[in-house]
Design a protein around this ligand. Structure first.
Ligand code: PBG
Length: 334
Protein backbone atom coordinates (compact mmCIF):
# COMPACT_ATOMS: atom_id res chain seq x y z
CA UNK A 1 0.00 0.00 0.00
CA UNK A 2 1.41 3.42 -0.93
CA UNK A 3 1.03 6.55 1.19
CA UNK A 4 -1.58 7.82 -1.28
CA UNK A 5 -3.95 5.05 -0.28
CA UNK A 6 -3.71 5.30 3.53
CA UNK A 7 -7.17 6.11 4.85
CA UNK A 8 -6.47 6.67 8.56
CA UNK A 9 -9.70 4.89 9.46
CA UNK A 10 -10.74 4.85 13.11
CA UNK A 11 -13.01 1.88 12.62
CA UNK A 12 -11.58 -1.12 10.94
CA UNK A 13 -13.94 -4.01 11.76
CA UNK A 14 -11.47 -6.28 10.00
CA UNK A 15 -9.18 -5.92 13.03
CA UNK A 16 -11.47 -8.39 14.80
CA UNK A 17 -11.42 -10.81 11.88
CA UNK A 18 -7.71 -10.97 11.25
CA UNK A 19 -6.87 -14.15 13.14
CA UNK A 20 -8.64 -17.27 14.25
CA UNK A 21 -7.86 -16.36 17.88
CA UNK A 22 -9.51 -12.96 17.70
CA UNK A 23 -12.44 -14.29 15.68
CA UNK A 24 -13.01 -16.93 18.34
CA UNK A 25 -12.89 -14.30 21.06
CA UNK A 26 -15.64 -12.13 19.57
CA UNK A 27 -17.89 -14.88 18.18
CA UNK A 28 -21.49 -14.24 19.30
CA UNK A 29 -23.27 -17.53 18.69
CA UNK A 30 -21.50 -20.83 18.85
CA UNK A 31 -22.93 -24.25 18.29
CA UNK A 32 -22.17 -27.00 20.80
CA UNK A 33 -23.23 -30.63 21.06
CA UNK A 34 -25.38 -29.62 24.04
CA UNK A 35 -27.64 -27.66 21.67
CA UNK A 36 -28.69 -30.72 19.72
CA UNK A 37 -31.66 -33.06 19.88
CA UNK A 38 -31.23 -36.12 17.69
CA UNK A 39 -34.43 -37.42 16.03
CA UNK A 40 -34.22 -41.12 15.20
CA UNK A 41 -36.57 -43.51 13.41
CA UNK A 42 -37.52 -46.84 14.92
CA UNK A 43 -38.54 -50.11 13.34
CA UNK A 44 -39.28 -53.54 14.70
CA UNK A 45 -36.82 -56.44 14.56
CA UNK A 46 -33.35 -56.97 15.89
CA UNK A 47 -29.95 -55.61 14.95
CA UNK A 48 -31.40 -53.72 12.00
CA UNK A 49 -30.43 -50.37 10.51
CA UNK A 50 -32.53 -49.88 7.41
CA UNK A 51 -31.58 -46.89 5.25
CA UNK A 52 -34.22 -44.25 4.50
CA UNK A 53 -33.70 -43.61 0.76
CA UNK A 54 -34.76 -39.96 0.80
CA UNK A 55 -32.53 -39.23 3.82
CA UNK A 56 -29.04 -40.53 3.02
CA UNK A 57 -27.16 -41.40 6.20
CA UNK A 58 -30.37 -41.86 8.22
CA UNK A 59 -31.61 -45.33 9.17
CA UNK A 60 -34.64 -46.88 10.75
CA UNK A 61 -33.22 -48.61 13.82
CA UNK A 62 -34.42 -51.65 15.70
CA UNK A 63 -34.66 -51.00 19.44
CA UNK A 64 -31.29 -52.59 20.26
CA UNK A 65 -29.62 -50.37 17.68
CA UNK A 66 -31.53 -47.35 19.02
CA UNK A 67 -30.02 -48.10 22.43
CA UNK A 68 -26.57 -48.15 20.77
CA UNK A 69 -27.42 -44.80 19.22
CA UNK A 70 -28.37 -43.45 22.65
CA UNK A 71 -24.98 -44.55 24.01
CA UNK A 72 -23.31 -42.86 21.06
CA UNK A 73 -25.28 -39.67 21.64
CA UNK A 74 -24.40 -39.61 25.33
CA UNK A 75 -20.75 -40.13 24.49
CA UNK A 76 -20.87 -37.20 22.11
CA UNK A 77 -22.50 -34.88 24.63
CA UNK A 78 -25.88 -34.79 22.87
CA UNK A 79 -28.42 -34.31 25.68
CA UNK A 80 -31.60 -35.58 24.04
CA UNK A 81 -33.07 -37.88 21.43
CA UNK A 82 -36.49 -37.82 19.84
CA UNK A 83 -38.17 -41.05 18.76
CA UNK A 84 -40.28 -41.60 15.65
CA UNK A 85 -41.68 -45.05 14.92
CA UNK A 86 -42.12 -46.66 11.54
CA UNK A 87 -45.26 -48.62 12.23
CA UNK A 88 -46.19 -51.87 10.55
CA UNK A 89 -49.04 -50.94 8.15
CA UNK A 90 -51.11 -53.80 9.62
CA UNK A 91 -51.23 -51.92 12.94
CA UNK A 92 -52.65 -48.75 11.40
CA UNK A 93 -56.35 -48.20 12.01
CA UNK A 94 -58.88 -45.38 11.75
CA UNK A 95 -59.10 -45.15 15.55
CA UNK A 96 -55.28 -45.27 15.94
CA UNK A 97 -55.38 -47.57 19.01
CA UNK A 98 -51.73 -48.54 18.59
CA UNK A 99 -50.80 -44.96 19.54
CA UNK A 100 -51.49 -45.60 23.24
CA UNK A 101 -50.50 -49.25 23.38
CA UNK A 102 -48.07 -49.36 26.33
CA UNK A 103 -45.99 -51.86 24.35
CA UNK A 104 -45.91 -50.11 21.00
CA UNK A 105 -42.54 -49.71 19.35
CA UNK A 106 -41.99 -46.22 20.64
CA UNK A 107 -42.90 -47.02 24.27
CA UNK A 108 -40.70 -50.11 24.24
CA UNK A 109 -37.84 -48.01 22.92
CA UNK A 110 -38.34 -45.37 25.61
CA UNK A 111 -38.06 -48.02 28.30
CA UNK A 112 -35.02 -49.68 26.71
CA UNK A 113 -33.15 -46.41 26.25
CA UNK A 114 -33.94 -45.08 29.73
CA UNK A 115 -32.84 -48.40 31.26
CA UNK A 116 -29.52 -48.48 29.38
CA UNK A 117 -28.66 -44.77 29.17
CA UNK A 118 -30.59 -43.04 31.94
CA UNK A 119 -28.78 -39.74 31.48
CA UNK A 120 -30.08 -39.11 27.99
CA UNK A 121 -33.36 -37.20 27.81
CA UNK A 122 -35.92 -39.04 25.71
CA UNK A 123 -38.39 -36.96 23.76
CA UNK A 124 -41.41 -38.36 21.97
CA UNK A 125 -43.71 -37.38 19.14
CA UNK A 126 -47.35 -37.00 20.11
CA UNK A 127 -49.38 -37.24 16.92
CA UNK A 128 -51.46 -40.00 15.40
CA UNK A 129 -49.98 -40.12 11.90
CA UNK A 130 -47.72 -43.17 12.37
CA UNK A 131 -50.76 -45.17 13.55
CA UNK A 132 -53.46 -43.70 11.36
CA UNK A 133 -54.77 -45.64 8.36
CA UNK A 134 -55.22 -42.30 6.58
CA UNK A 135 -51.91 -40.73 7.55
CA UNK A 136 -53.33 -37.73 9.42
CA UNK A 137 -52.19 -36.45 12.82
CA UNK A 138 -55.76 -36.58 14.12
CA UNK A 139 -58.78 -38.84 13.81
CA UNK A 140 -60.72 -38.53 10.56
CA UNK A 141 -64.52 -38.62 10.49
CA UNK A 142 -66.30 -38.15 7.18
CA UNK A 143 -63.19 -36.68 5.60
CA UNK A 144 -62.68 -34.15 8.42
CA UNK A 145 -59.86 -34.25 10.97
CA UNK A 146 -61.98 -33.88 14.10
CA UNK A 147 -60.41 -31.84 16.87
CA UNK A 148 -61.78 -32.87 20.25
CA UNK A 149 -61.85 -36.61 19.69
CA UNK A 150 -58.27 -36.35 18.42
CA UNK A 151 -57.23 -34.50 21.58
CA UNK A 152 -58.72 -37.27 23.73
CA UNK A 153 -56.71 -39.85 21.77
CA UNK A 154 -53.55 -37.74 21.96
CA UNK A 155 -53.90 -37.44 25.74
CA UNK A 156 -54.03 -41.24 26.01
CA UNK A 157 -50.96 -41.47 23.81
CA UNK A 158 -49.11 -38.85 25.88
CA UNK A 159 -49.90 -40.64 29.14
CA UNK A 160 -48.64 -43.96 27.77
CA UNK A 161 -45.37 -42.27 26.80
CA UNK A 162 -45.04 -40.63 30.22
CA UNK A 163 -45.73 -44.00 31.83
CA UNK A 164 -42.97 -45.56 29.71
CA UNK A 165 -40.54 -42.98 31.08
CA UNK A 166 -40.39 -40.21 28.49
CA UNK A 167 -38.73 -37.03 29.74
CA UNK A 168 -40.14 -34.62 27.16
CA UNK A 169 -43.39 -34.97 25.23
CA UNK A 170 -43.46 -33.38 21.80
CA UNK A 171 -47.02 -32.80 20.64
CA UNK A 172 -46.69 -32.23 16.89
CA UNK A 173 -50.35 -32.63 15.98
CA UNK A 174 -51.53 -28.99 15.98
CA UNK A 175 -55.00 -29.79 17.34
CA UNK A 176 -56.58 -27.04 19.45
CA UNK A 177 -56.40 -27.40 23.21
CA UNK A 178 -54.11 -30.41 23.31
CA UNK A 179 -51.41 -28.89 25.49
CA UNK A 180 -53.82 -27.96 28.28
CA UNK A 181 -55.50 -31.35 28.22
CA UNK A 182 -52.17 -33.17 28.28
CA UNK A 183 -50.82 -31.01 31.06
CA UNK A 184 -53.93 -31.57 33.18
CA UNK A 185 -53.78 -35.32 32.58
CA UNK A 186 -50.06 -35.44 33.47
CA UNK A 187 -50.70 -33.53 36.70
CA UNK A 188 -53.66 -35.73 37.58
CA UNK A 189 -51.64 -38.93 37.14
CA UNK A 190 -48.55 -37.88 39.06
CA UNK A 191 -46.38 -37.20 36.01
CA UNK A 192 -45.74 -33.71 37.23
CA UNK A 193 -42.12 -33.58 36.06
CA UNK A 194 -42.67 -34.61 32.46
CA UNK A 195 -41.87 -31.63 30.24
CA UNK A 196 -43.81 -30.60 27.16
CA UNK A 197 -42.05 -29.15 24.14
CA UNK A 198 -44.91 -27.97 22.05
CA UNK A 199 -44.68 -27.92 18.28
CA UNK A 200 -46.46 -24.61 18.64
CA UNK A 201 -45.64 -22.96 15.33
CA UNK A 202 -45.77 -25.83 12.91
CA UNK A 203 -46.34 -24.99 9.29
CA UNK A 204 -48.07 -27.02 6.58
CA UNK A 205 -44.81 -27.65 4.78
CA UNK A 206 -43.54 -29.61 1.80
CA UNK A 207 -40.25 -29.93 3.70
CA UNK A 208 -41.69 -32.91 5.63
CA UNK A 209 -41.73 -35.17 2.55
CA UNK A 210 -38.73 -37.38 3.40
CA UNK A 211 -39.92 -37.78 7.02
CA UNK A 212 -43.24 -39.14 5.79
CA UNK A 213 -41.28 -41.71 3.77
CA UNK A 214 -39.24 -42.58 6.86
CA UNK A 215 -42.26 -43.25 9.06
CA UNK A 216 -44.24 -44.83 6.22
CA UNK A 217 -46.97 -42.19 6.22
CA UNK A 218 -46.50 -40.89 2.65
CA UNK A 219 -48.56 -43.61 1.01
CA UNK A 220 -51.28 -43.44 3.65
CA UNK A 221 -51.80 -39.67 3.72
CA UNK A 222 -55.02 -38.59 2.06
CA UNK A 223 -55.05 -34.91 1.14
CA UNK A 224 -52.92 -32.40 3.03
CA UNK A 225 -52.59 -31.07 6.58
CA UNK A 226 -53.65 -27.49 5.92
CA UNK A 227 -56.71 -27.61 8.19
CA UNK A 228 -54.44 -27.95 11.22
CA UNK A 229 -50.90 -26.94 10.32
CA UNK A 230 -50.18 -23.27 9.67
CA UNK A 231 -50.11 -21.27 6.45
CA UNK A 232 -46.48 -20.48 5.50
CA UNK A 233 -47.48 -16.86 4.93
CA UNK A 234 -48.38 -16.27 8.58
CA UNK A 235 -46.05 -14.79 11.19
CA UNK A 236 -48.27 -13.07 13.75
CA UNK A 237 -50.28 -16.27 14.04
CA UNK A 238 -47.12 -18.10 15.13
CA UNK A 239 -46.74 -15.75 18.08
CA UNK A 240 -50.38 -16.29 19.02
CA UNK A 241 -49.89 -20.07 18.91
CA UNK A 242 -46.80 -19.86 21.09
CA UNK A 243 -48.62 -17.65 23.63
CA UNK A 244 -51.52 -20.08 23.74
CA UNK A 245 -49.40 -23.19 24.22
CA UNK A 246 -47.37 -21.52 26.96
CA UNK A 247 -50.57 -20.48 28.64
CA UNK A 248 -51.81 -24.07 28.47
CA UNK A 249 -48.69 -25.39 30.18
CA UNK A 250 -45.96 -25.96 27.58
CA UNK A 251 -42.44 -25.70 29.05
CA UNK A 252 -40.63 -25.15 25.76
CA UNK A 253 -41.75 -24.30 22.27
CA UNK A 254 -40.70 -25.23 18.78
CA UNK A 255 -40.76 -23.64 15.36
CA UNK A 256 -40.93 -26.04 12.44
CA UNK A 257 -39.51 -26.22 9.75
CA UNK A 258 -36.29 -24.43 10.64
CA UNK A 259 -34.25 -22.43 8.16
CA UNK A 260 -37.15 -21.16 6.01
CA UNK A 261 -38.78 -19.91 9.25
CA UNK A 262 -35.76 -18.32 10.90
CA UNK A 263 -37.65 -15.03 11.16
CA UNK A 264 -40.24 -16.81 13.29
CA UNK A 265 -37.53 -18.28 15.54
CA UNK A 266 -36.19 -14.78 16.03
CA UNK A 267 -39.59 -13.24 16.80
CA UNK A 268 -40.51 -16.01 19.23
CA UNK A 269 -37.19 -15.71 21.04
CA UNK A 270 -37.56 -11.95 21.37
CA UNK A 271 -41.19 -12.03 22.43
CA UNK A 272 -41.22 -14.88 24.98
CA UNK A 273 -38.65 -15.67 27.63
CA UNK A 274 -38.82 -19.42 27.15
CA UNK A 275 -36.53 -21.97 25.55
CA UNK A 276 -37.26 -21.90 21.83
CA UNK A 277 -36.25 -24.76 19.56
CA UNK A 278 -36.11 -25.12 15.81
CA UNK A 279 -36.63 -28.35 13.92
CA UNK A 280 -34.30 -28.63 10.95
CA UNK A 281 -36.67 -31.00 9.21
CA UNK A 282 -36.18 -33.91 6.85
CA UNK A 283 -36.47 -31.86 3.65
CA UNK A 284 -33.83 -29.43 4.85
CA UNK A 285 -31.55 -32.35 5.66
CA UNK A 286 -32.25 -34.04 2.31
CA UNK A 287 -31.50 -30.87 0.34
CA UNK A 288 -28.12 -30.42 2.01
CA UNK A 289 -27.25 -34.10 1.60
CA UNK A 290 -28.30 -34.17 -2.07
CA UNK A 291 -26.30 -31.10 -2.99
CA UNK A 292 -23.30 -32.36 -1.03
CA UNK A 293 -23.51 -35.78 -2.71
CA UNK A 294 -23.34 -34.00 -6.07
CA UNK A 295 -20.26 -32.11 -5.00
CA UNK A 296 -22.15 -28.82 -5.36
CA UNK A 297 -21.68 -27.70 -1.77
CA UNK A 298 -19.44 -28.64 1.14
CA UNK A 299 -21.96 -30.63 3.20
CA UNK A 300 -20.08 -30.47 6.50
CA UNK A 301 -19.59 -26.73 6.34
CA UNK A 302 -23.22 -26.13 5.40
CA UNK A 303 -24.32 -28.43 8.22
CA UNK A 304 -22.46 -26.35 10.82
CA UNK A 305 -23.36 -23.01 9.22
CA UNK A 306 -27.07 -23.84 9.05
CA UNK A 307 -27.12 -25.09 12.65
CA UNK A 308 -25.20 -22.05 13.88
CA UNK A 309 -27.77 -19.77 12.26
CA UNK A 310 -30.41 -21.14 14.64
CA UNK A 311 -28.26 -20.20 17.61
CA UNK A 312 -27.76 -16.73 16.17
CA UNK A 313 -31.54 -16.40 15.75
CA UNK A 314 -31.92 -17.07 19.48
CA UNK A 315 -32.79 -20.76 19.61
CA UNK A 316 -31.89 -22.72 22.73
CA UNK A 317 -31.40 -25.80 20.59
CA UNK A 318 -32.11 -27.59 17.35
CA UNK A 319 -33.67 -30.91 16.43
CA UNK A 320 -31.51 -32.17 13.60
CA UNK A 321 -30.73 -35.44 11.84
CA UNK A 322 -27.17 -34.14 11.65
CA UNK A 323 -26.83 -34.30 15.45
CA UNK A 324 -24.21 -37.08 15.76
CA UNK A 325 -22.22 -35.89 12.74
CA UNK A 326 -22.27 -32.30 13.94
CA UNK A 327 -21.29 -33.30 17.47
CA UNK A 328 -18.43 -35.44 16.16
CA UNK A 329 -17.18 -32.64 13.94
CA UNK A 330 -17.40 -30.13 16.77
CA UNK A 331 -15.42 -32.48 19.02
CA UNK A 332 -12.73 -32.82 16.35
CA UNK A 333 -12.45 -29.16 15.47
CA UNK A 334 -13.02 -27.79 18.97
C1 PBG B 1 -45.92 -35.78 12.44
C2 PBG B 1 -44.59 -35.15 12.30
C3 PBG B 1 -44.04 -34.70 11.10
C4 PBG B 1 -42.75 -34.31 11.39
C5 PBG B 1 -42.55 -34.50 12.75
N1 PBG B 1 -43.71 -35.00 13.31
C6 PBG B 1 -44.60 -34.72 9.74
C7 PBG B 1 -45.87 -34.08 9.43
O1 PBG B 1 -46.37 -33.24 10.17
O2 PBG B 1 -46.40 -34.45 8.39
C8 PBG B 1 -41.79 -33.82 10.35
C9 PBG B 1 -40.34 -33.96 10.67
C10 PBG B 1 -39.44 -33.84 9.50
O3 PBG B 1 -39.85 -33.57 8.35
O4 PBG B 1 -38.24 -34.05 9.71
N2 PBG B 1 -46.81 -35.27 13.24
Amino acid sequence: MTEDHALHLRHRPRRLRRSAAIRALVCEARLTAADLIWPIFLRDGENLAEPVPSMPGVNRLSIDRAVDAAREAAGLGIPAMCLFPYTDPKLKTDACEEAWNPDNLSNQAIRAIKAAVPDIAVMTDVALDPYNANGHDGIVRGGIVVNDESVAALVRMALAQAEAGADILGPSDMMDGRIGQMRDALEATGHTDVAIMSYAAKYASAYYGPFRDAVGASGALKGDKKTYQMDPGNGAEALAMIARDLDEGADMVMVKPGLPYLDICRRVHETFQVPTFAYQVSGEYAMIEAAAANGWIDGEKIMIESLTSFKRAGCAGILTYFAPRAARLLAETG
